[in-house]
Design a protein around this ligand. Structure first.
Ligand SMILES: Nc1ncnc2c1ncn2[C@@H]1O[C@H](COP(=O)(O)OP(=O)(O)OP(=O)(O)O)[C@@H](O)[C@H]1O
Ligand SMILES: [Mg+2]
Length: 251
């Protein structure tokens, strides 16, 4: 896709963090990527390479960087942080209501139903398992009917069966809603199952070292096709990475 007409266009020349010892650490350098409206992109990179930092910049939570991010004009943003950040003193349904005060109550209950949370509407975040809290955070992000959805490691720390279940739910929601989505993950298989386009990042400072198009529709993706794509991605990475450096998802 050319970046003209893109719904999301990211061009970060540099982003530095100040470390606790006062030294500057370059976290992102020359990172460019764009997504068309309705497209789902996944950013895949090793732990600590700068993925959450990138997402916070795209969300407009961090302005201290050199570059430019163009998101949908006046677009509503839905974000799920790496740790589900629900309001602890509000029930699940109230967390949704506060995020989306103008949404029809039946729309919010339908969303909870879609994420198998109907029985937990009255529960407080402290009463939820991590898997339930993730789903509640996702429901809250979708409640605002976002034009841009940002997901930071939506499946991390869930056991395999739960992760697979939530992954399939997210895939169905993305397909159904056609919302422009950027997912951050260190897991290539997760990216292959969720995204239309995968941006492979270098170790810190993060930049895009390869882009992989996922041509198989999400619904039609099977294990064999996913494994073939994973091999393709690993071959692309091997060609671009200097010998001896760390590989994705091995850390
Ligand atoms: N607010 C901050 N101040 C200083 N350093 C930070 C800050 N946030 C992140 N860092 C550092 O920047 C680097 C990138 O962090 P970031 O959280 O973006 O990585 P990540 O790719 O999301 O990692 P993970 O896969 O573990 O979630 C790390 O070295 C981290 O310690
Ligand atoms: Mg992170």
């Amino acid at each position: 896709m050319s970046s003209a007409g893109a719904a999301l266009r990211i061009a970060i020349a540099s982003k530095d963090h100040i470390r606790a010892d006062g030294r500057t650490q370059r976290v992102i350098e020359k990172l460019d990527l764009s997504l068309a409206a309705g497209e789902a992109g996944a950013v895949v990179g090793p732990s600590g390479c700068g993925k959450s930092t990138l997402l916070r910049i795209v969300a407009g939570l961090d302005h201290a960087y050199d570059g430019k991010v163009e998101a949908p004009a006046q677009g509503r943003l839905g974000m799920v942080f790496q740790e589900p950040r629900l309001l602890p003193w509000r029930s699940v349904i109230d967390n949704l209501r506060i995020a989306a005060p103008h949404a029809a109550p039946q729309a919010l209950y339908a969303l909870l139903d879609e994420l198998d949370l109907a029985d937990h509407a009255g529960h407080f975040p402290g009463e939820l398992s991590l898997g339930l809290a993730r789903r509640a955070a996702l429901a809250r992000a979708l409640a605002v009917e976002p034009e841009l959805l940002l997901l930071d490691e939506p499946l991390v720390s869930l056991d395999t069966a739960l992760a697979r279940d939530l992954r399939d739910k997210i895939a169905a929601l993305i397909d159904e809603r056609r919302v422009t989505t950027l997912i951050v993950t260190h897991d290539l298989q997760e990216a292959i199952r969720l995204a239309d386009r995968i941006f492979l990042l270098s170790p810190r400072p993060a930049r895009v070292i390869a882009t992989l198009e996922v041509e198989t529709p999400r619904r039609a993706m099977n294990d064999a096709a996913a494994q073939a794509l994973e091999q393709q991605a690993r071959a692309m990475l091997a060609r671009r990475r200097p010998a001896g450096s760390r590989s994705i998802a091995s850390d």
